[in-house]
Design a protein around this ligand. Structure first.
Ligand code: SF4
Length: 364
């Protein structure tokens, strides 16, 4: 124990995942203590800066334009609005702001310039800034880095095999390519996935093989539980049991010892006891605020009360890596190149996604 490995096999990971729970917890907690302060948990605030109307067909997502969900779409938020939200989050104990936009990919132009300004503004508040904006080119990642971006989130979602049953509008390799662009830009990588989408245990292990084989491994890995939303292709999937979440967190902790493991969507369904076991198993970050992009999340006061009961402290910003410097727009050394990602899966369809799309058409 103690050396970060990049050659984990599916079989080895499954063996860890399926251990008797007490053994798994003990092993994960031991790794956790070696690499992290077990009494510190980072509180991050997720802000949906542009909601809904996305052209992708992710089977779990209520923001995809083609499904009929009751999400209210919003245009891109203004910089002052984002600043006010970030200040509120900071006062409530958050050390990181993650800004999400429902885009297939970043397009150079005024909207991206506005996002760059948001990054500059929040970095100047001495908070970690993370963005999740879809696919980015290397040049765009460099512009984000120059503005002071600390992390870029781009989830692998699931295994390469199961990815084809979840999303038809892009490929697993596209995800890896964006992660590579982020890595080349000196931004820390945040990448994880969702469990409870009808995948097999082998798929959970497959996703962890892909994440752990990245060198360096992602600095941050969110583990989400599917929150089934009416109108999406995955609306009827039964929610997973807490034990699966605990096992997934513990396994992630063991094979990615230095990574910040984030307990993400699905926390409203978890008891305090369940979350405490996840923290014991190695989760060391939560998302605060009553909404996680568009799905419900526990209220920040509830979280702080839970921290008090458990004796946990919110982590300070930049506890692991230095705060990036912000370069103003007028001093930027990068130009907008207007690059576009190619449509990598023409003609690929997923029956479940098609049915949800047809249903949405009938209801409109
Ligand atoms: S997960 Fe992101 S890319 Fe996929 S449909 Fe939702 S907003 Fe679009």
């Amino acid at each position: 124990m103690g050396v970060t490995r990049h050659d984990w096999t599916k079989g080895e990971i499954l063996e860890i995942y399926n251990k008797p729970l007490m053994e798994l917890l003990y092993e994960a907690a031991t790794v956790h203590r070696k690499f992290h302060d077990p009494n510190e948990v980072q509180v991050s605030t997720l802000l949906s800066i542009k909601t809904g109307g996305c052209s992708e067909d992710c089977g779990y997502c209520p923001q995809a334009a083609r499904y009929n969900t009751d999400i209210e779409g919003n245009d891109l938020m203004s910089v002052p609005h984002v600043k006010a939200q970030a200040l509120r989050a900071k006062e409530a104990g958050s050390s990181r702001v993650c800004m999400g936009a429902a885009w297939r990919n970043v397009k150079d132009g005024p909207e991206f310039d506005q996002v760059l300004e948001m990054v500059r503004t929040i970095n100047k508040l001495d908070m970690e800034v993370c963005c999740t904006l879809g696919m980015v080119t290397e040049n765009q990642a460099k512009r984000l880095s120059e503005a002071g971006l600390y992390a870029y989130n781009h989830n692998l979602d699931t295994s390469e095999d199961y990815y084809k049953d979840v999303i038809s509008t892009r490929a697993f390799e596209d995800r890896l390519e964006t992660i590579d662009h982020v890595r080349k830009s000196n931004i820390t990588v945040c990448s994880g996935g969702i469990i409870g989408m009808g995948e097999k245990l082998e798929d959970r292990a497959g996703m962890l093989v892909a994440l752990s084989s990245l060198n360096p491994q992602p600095e941050s890995t969110p583990i989400n539980a599917l929150v089934p939303v009416e109108g999406t292709p995955m609306a009827d999937i039964e929610p997973i049991e807490i034990w699966e979440m605990i096992r997934m967190v513990a396994t992630t902790r063991i094979i990615m010892p230095e990574t910040q493991v984030r307990l993400s969507a699905g926390r409203t369904e978890m008891s305090r006891e369940g979350q405490a076991l996840c923290f014991f198993a190695g989760a060391n970050s939560i998302f605060a605020g009553d909404k996680l992009l568009t799905t419900p999340n526990p209220d920040v006061n509830e979280d702080m009360a839970m921290f008090e009961v458990l004796g946990l402290n919110p982590q300070k910003p930049f506890a692991k890596y230095q705060q990036p410097k912000t370069v103003e727009a007028k001093d930027s050394e990068f130009e907008a190149l207007g690059e576009k990602p190619k449509w990598s899966r023409p003609g690929h369809t997923i029956e479940r996604n098609e049915q949800a799309k047809q249903k949405a058409k009938l209801n409109s």
